[in-house]
Design a protein around this ligand. Structure first.
Ligand code: NOJ
Length: 561
């Protein structure tokens, strides 16, 4: 196994509460994941990234952790976890865990202690600051979840604590070396159990500017983005290098991916350049910003392909030989890709899902598939606020309603962007609740489960599932997919995303149409001479005199040697 095995790997992300329920409480569990390992094996993935499974009051679906050494009872027991690791290993599947250490739950023992006084042993485990002379918050930062200030007053300590996310999620104070040692100890605990690495949650936010400056240009009485003083802060790289020295480099062949919100590509190199010994790769968000609107993420805007291309191409260029990319279209925080970047109508769902997969998997980097993406699951299509479960969606609904936006508009924002779009139960078959659970699920199953489900994809050799299976297989067969140089083709084309990958004498041309119409695409001259077609989401590409006549959402991959 090469030391950099993760460059050849494909990762499958599992959101445990929505994957498979085996004890019929309406919440997915570890045994459900174990039961579905053969399915994942069939798909061909190498690694599972598990969203948080630790003990948690579940204010933010497990990211608010109250005990890093225990499994949340909803998901099962520690022996269920051990059995899952054991079984996965038998099937050749590695597991990486979500390390959520930017904040803890306010019910974590450390916080309960920290709250008690300014001079207790846990006092500096969190970020406490005095009120301004007028009693107001230490600065103007607002919570990322939209619930008002990022500071909360504690009557007992007579100080404010910082929470970038929910009020019930106080931020850990990484400036305190004891906190860092607690994190490392916890990492060793899970690594010793056999996990293969971590996805490091909100890792670009762990080191705050210790002056806690106000975010500039924020109108009086409003809250500013905390990213200003919290992202890519002064000591983040020092902390990660320490983590690498003390933990990551002490184990063989781990994989790490840091969630690095608000990190431009120049800074991504700092996290992922191997000589710096920090992380293997990061999740960047530039391509997730292409449909942001005047209120940020929650909008009813559609993306422009030119923006998407520009963003993806830049990451391909700048990290080539200087770092490593993660490749993703969606995850538990983002809408479903087929609804956002493709077309989820009955006519085009399957074609556009395959096209998106093609355009992503042939780029350089490690692809991440979010559960259900491999069968083309769509956005939730909820019509009422009561159907949403996500705290952020509810906060945003409240915020926009308070701002006077019409309810219809606010619901459209959520329909497009709510995190719950990704969190509806996995659709296994056409039985009740899509085969996820026989009990009412914690969040409603998408109504389209009788048409869109795993069983029907497995029964159809032309399905999205088998298309993904082939993409994953090709990655193992074609080194050019892993190492090849990326060059964009016809950047000015506003409907087609095309690029080549080249390694030694081998070259691939990837062409993906984002249009629901038939359009022309002129093939580069090198590809005129009847090249081999290795992927196509239609029967046979239609090509004449150097022109490819693309059908709606067609994807074609050519290979020359
Ligand atoms: C990023 C996670 O992906 C998201 O789900 C979570 O709410 C925040 N971090 C806060 O932990």
């Amino acid at each position: 196994m090469s030391k950099e095995w993760w460059k050849e790997a494909v990762v499958y992300q599992i959101y445990p509460q929505s994957f498979k329920d085996t004890n019929n409480d309406g919440i997915g569990d570890l045994n459900g994941i174990k039961e579905k390992l053969p399915y994942l094996k069939k798909l061909g993935i190498d690694v599972i990234w598990l969203n948080p499974i630790y003990q948690s009051p579940m204010v933010d679906n497990g990211y608010d952790i109250s005990d890093y050494y225990a499994i949340s009872p909803e998901f099962g027991t520690m022996s269920n976890f051990d059995a899952l690791i054991f079984e996965a290993k038998k099937q050749g599947i590695k597991i990486i865990l979500d390390l959520a250490v930017c904040a803890t739950s306010s019910e974590h023992q450390w916080f309960l202690e920290s709250k008690k006084s300014v001079d207790n042993p846990y006092s500096d485990y969190y970020i406490w600051r005095d009120a301004k002379p007028d009693g107001s918050e230490p600065n103007n930062w607002g919570s990322i979840f939209g619930g008002g200030s990022a500071w909360k007053w504690d009557e007992n300590r007579k100080q404010y604590y910082l929470h970038l996310f929910a009020t019930e999620m106080p931020d850990l104070n990484w400036a305190n070396p004891k906190v860092r040692q607690e994190v490392y100890k916890n990492m060793r605990f899970w690594l010793d159990k056999g996990v293969a690495g971590f996805r490091l949650d909100s890792i670009s936010l762990i080191s705050k500017n210790q002056d806690f400056p106000d975010t500039p240009d924020v109108p009086e009485g409003e809250f500013g983005s905390p990213y200003f003083g919290a992202s890519n802060g002064p000591h983040v790289h020092e902390y990660l290098q320490e983590m690498n020295r003390e933990v990551l480099s002490q184990y063989d062949g781990l994989m790490t991916v840091g969630e690095a919100t608000r990190t431009p590509v120049e800074k991504a190199v700092l996290y992922t350049d191997p000589v710096r010994k920090e992380l293997n790769m990061i999740f960047q968000f530039d391509h997730m910003h292409v449909d942001y609107g005047e209120y940020g993420r929650y909008s009813d805007l559609r993306f422009k392909l030119s923006d998407l291309k520009k963003s993806m191409v830049q990451w391909q260029d700048k990290l080539h030989e200087h770092g490593w990319n993660s490749l993703y279209w969606n995850n538990h925080d983002q809408p479903r890709t087929v609804s956002r970047f493709g077309n989820d109508s009955e006519e085009f769902r399957e074609k556009s899902a395959k096209m998106l997969a093609t355009v992503l998997h042939f780029q350089q980097g490690t692809p991440f598939i979010f559960q259900g993406e491999e069968i083309g699951m769509t956005n939730a299509n909820f019509n009422k606020i009561e159907e949403y479960r996500d705290l952020e969606s509810h906060n945003m609904y409240q915020k926009f309603s308070d701002m006077g936006l019409p309810e219809e508009k606010v619901l459209t924002f959520l329909k497009y962007k709510s995190r719950d779009n990704a969190r509806t139960p996995m659709q296994w078959d056409n039985t009740v609740n899509g085969g996820f659970s026989s009990y009412e699920p914690w969040i409603s199953t998408n109504k389209n489960y009788s048409q869109i489900n795993v069983a029907s994809d497995l029964a159809n050799s032309e399905s999205i599932f088998y298309y993904y299976q082939k993409l994953i297989r090709l990655r193992k067969e074609l080194p050019v997919m892993v190492d090849g140089e990326f060059t964009p083709v016809q950047m000015e084309d506003s409907a087609v995303f095309a690029y080549t990958r080249a390694l030694n004498n081998e070259k691939l041309l990837i062409v993906g149409s984002f249009s629901d119409k038939r359009i022309r695409f002129e093939l580069p001259t090198e590809f005129l001479d009847d090249p081999e077609i290795i992927m196509n989401n239609y029967d046979k590409a239609v090509q004449q005199n150097g022109v490819l006549y693309l059908r709606p959402y067609e994807a074609v991959v050519y290979r020359i040697k």
